[in-house]
Write a protein that binds this ligand. Structure first.
Ligand code: UDX
Ligand code: UDX
Length: 464
């Protein structure tokens, strides 16, 4: 069997690497239009950071896993074609700011139809609005040259930072297909592929639209939990309750469960906001105003949490951060990834820059280039203009020298065990800490002399 995956990104790359690793007799070709991305996949420095990914790629690459730009040839030879290109939120025209931009997906469909020399199973892996499979199918059929295309939906549930374990031991694999003889055959071939390493009872099969909607709904539910606990964090600060204690008490109820109840400066990543906005757009499309509003509020809450954090920093630092040096610890949207898409750090940094602060940004895996382009996009200012007030630092101790404050944006494990006394000694006084992830040892920091603000925790004045 031969598989082709279009799109060598955070989803396509790790997913195909695990399939190739688990199925040595299946040839997996990952194609991408971006030559430098392909080159990076073929090098020792992979384009994405993900724990465990290097080892999986090393085992399979060159054996039955290949990365190439030769899109047409690989389409022609493949039995199954995964479409894993990005589907960003539209920035123009109808549905701008909410609907998904499907132009990459449509281009893929046209390219598949054009290059195919036989029947193919096309699997949508990208997160797509409900009924996209239908559009895919129509484009494929309208250009089919007489070949048959079966369209399946197989949404990816991996979370970045834990992608390899999520793929190797998934809670579930979801495959949507048509209830027709050819649809059932295509669906079965994909079930059989996953069944080589995933227990059969964890492979769920549904119709195509249920599968598409399940992905949006799963992400919306997860994001809603984070927004719920973040809403609670504000109330905890106002009342003197402790958000971790409340989350622990509520999460001990098995109907609620302990996961995804960690208060933060805001959720980020390529999926949550995009998928919820997609859901909002979908509801509105069907004239469902209240459900649209309901989901929109999850995103509104997230935006509020980020701006509340910035406001709190400014208020605490005597109502001005102008000219003050602030060390930003972490820029990725979560730990164990180099991905910064929709990271809360971007909005917090641009909020602080609007207040004329000077930022010293450190992240163990995010390249300075990425920080620059994210901040250019968020602030609308050029790198030259930003350069006087933004410094991307490789080292935490360098970044905190002479700083007025530290703000933790990402929960990187190494931030928990820094030499805090050393950092305190070289900072301006009072030395402020704003812990947007609730990971630092707050009591120890207070004992050293820091003024600590932690989300959802009693304010310092209330602390014992
Ligand atoms: C993306 C979406 O964010 C996610 O919602 C969806 O489920 C899958 O696609 P990700 O893999 O993280 O996830 O995106 P990204 O890392 O941007 O990778 C997409 C890749 O597709 C890029 O490398 C891009 O160069 C490639 N691509 C895009 C093509 O090869 N052809 C195209 O026409 C468009
Ligand atoms: C998510 C889904 O988890 C995954 O199943 C889906 O396929 C893709 O989208 P991902 O975006 O990679 O995965 O990361 P996730 O672990 O879900 O975290 C999303 C954001 O929520 C991060 O910014 C994270 O820091 C934040 N978060 C998560 C919290 O703030 N608190 C929590 O308790 C959990």
């Amino acid at each position: 069997m031969k598989i082709c995956c279009i799109g060598a990104g955070y989803v396509g790359g790790p997913t195909m690497a695990v399939i190739a690793d688990r199925c040595p007799d299946v040839t997996v070709n990952v194609v991408d239009m971006n030559q430098s991305r392909v080159d990076a996949w073929n090098s020792d420095l992979l384009p994405i950071y993900e724990p465990g990914l290097d080892a999986v790629v090393k085992r399979a690459r060159g054996r039955n896993l290949f990365f190439t730009c030769d899109i047409d040839l690989q389409i022609e030879q493949a039995d199954i074609i995964f479409v894993s290109v990005n589907t960003p939120t539209k920035t123009y025209g109808i549905g701008a700011g909410f609907a998904a931009d499907l132009s990459f997906v449509e281009l893929c469909a046209r390219r598949i139809a054009q290059a195919a020399r036989g029947n193919k199973t096309v699997v949508e892996k990208s997160t797509l609005p409900v009924r996209t499979a239908e559009s895919l199918r129509r484009v494929l059929h309208a250009n089919s040259n007489g070949y048959r295309f079966e369209v399946l939906s197989n949404p990816e549930f991996l979370a970045e930072g834990t992608a390899i374990t999520d793929l190797e031991r998934p809670d579930r694999v979801l495959i949507g297909g048509d209830d027709t003889p050819t649809g059932r055959t295509a669906l079965q071939s994909l079930v059989d592929l996953y069944a080589r390493w995933v227990p059969r009872e964890r492979i769920l099969t549904t119709n195509v639209w249920s599968s598409e909607l399940s992905k949006l709904f799963s992400n919306a539910m997860l994001a809603q939990r984070v927004s719920s606990v973040n809403a609670l964090s504000a109330l905890c600060e106002a009342t003197g309750a402790d958000v971790d204690e409340v989350a622990n008490a509520a999460g001990s109820d098995s109907r609620i469960g302990p996961k995804f109840l960690k208060a933060s400066v805001g959720f980020g990543g390529s999926c949550f906001q995009k998928d919820i906005l997609n859901l909002v757009y979908l509801c509105e499309h069907y004239g469902l105003r209240e459900p649209a509003e309901y989901w929109r509020q999850v995103v509104a809450m997230n935006d509020w949490q980020k701006s509340r954090f910035v406001k709190h920093m400014v208020d605490t630092m005597f109502n001005t951060v102008s000219g003050k040096r602030i060390a930003i610890l972490g820029f990725a949207f979560k730990k164990d990834t180099n991905d910064t898409r929709a990271s809360a750090a971007i909005d917090v940094c641009s909020g602080l820059l609007a207040e004329n602060a000077e930022l010293l940004i450190v992240d163990p895996k995010v390249p300075a280039e990425t920080m620059w382009s994210d901040l250019e996009r968020a602030t609308g200012k050029s790198r030259d203009v930003l350069a006087s007030r933004v410094h991307c630092e490789p080292d935490v101790y360098q970044a905190t020298r002479g700083a007025h404050a530290i703000a933790v944006m990402t929960e990187w494990t190494q931030f928990k065990t820094l030499e805090f006394q050393r950092i305190y000694d070289q900072m301006q006084k009072p030395a402020f800490v704003f812990d947007g992830r609730g990971i630092l040892p707050h009591a120890a920091l207070t004992a050293i002399g820091f003024e600590v603000y932690a989300l959802g925790k009693p304010a310092p004045a209330l602390a014992q």
